[in-house]
Design a protein around this ligand. Structure first.
Ligand code: IMP
Length: 179
């Protein structure tokens, strides 16, 4: 694999496909053990999670459901500040074992909003599974239950992650070339 250019930025190969697949397999085993009799509802956060969702679910030999949601943020009143909404959440969450699927958890702001919205709907449990996690950038105290790969605080693309719309289709993970 060689470098790729997306818009104005250059990216170099960082995590090869085989390493990523092994990491996803490990998460699949953990989730299989934890949710075997619970018929979990996976909620993939679009756009980026489509790849991780597919790769994870094909490795789960358990009864489960999946749906996809999108986070929309808009400015509310001065007192409410930025308000987030989950678009496409039509499933009944109450009493379900929900697993949120993310492509990447960076500062954690997005996952914080999602967890707040879901908690209001009284699920039996909620956990988070993410393809990538940047521990050095993370600013929340919510536990990220299932992490496929921990990466340093650098901008990456590939396997669902984009730079301004491009790069989601790249196999494996590519890291930005600085300078
Ligand atoms: P948060 O900071 O955890 O709320 O992450 C916000 C969003 O920023 C993620 O869902 C991604 O869409 C995007 N993001 C964060 N880091 C990266 C990256 O390295 N590459 C591509 N997108 C990223």
């Amino acid at each position: 694999m060689s470098r790729v250019r997306l818009h104005d930025k250059e990216f170099e190969p960082f995590i090869p496909v085989a390493e990523m697949e092994a990491a996803i397999q490990q998460v699949a085993q953990d989730i299989t053990r934890k949710y075997a009799d619970k018929r979990p509802l996976f909620l993939g956060v679009l756009n980026g999670s489509f790849f991780f969702a597919a790769e994870l679910l094909k490795r789960l030999p358990i009864e489960c459901e999946i749906s996809f949601v999108k986070v929309a943020s808009y400015h509310g009143t001065r007192s409410t500040g930025t308000v987030s909404q989950l678009i496409g959440l039509n499933e009944k969450i109450e009493g379900r074992h929900v697993v949120v699927l993310e492509d990447i958890v960076d500062t954690g702001h997005t996952i914080r909003h999602i967890m707040d919205i879901l908690a209001e709907r009284h699920p039996a449990s909620i956990s988070i599974a993410t393809l990538l996690f940047k521990p050095d950038a993370y600013k929340q105290d919510i536990t990220i239950d299932h992490v496929a790969l921990r990466i340093p605080n650098a901008f990456v693309v590939g396997s669902g992650l984009d730079h301004d719309g491009l790069g989601r289709n790249l196999p494996g993970i590519f890291k930005i070339v600085e300078g």
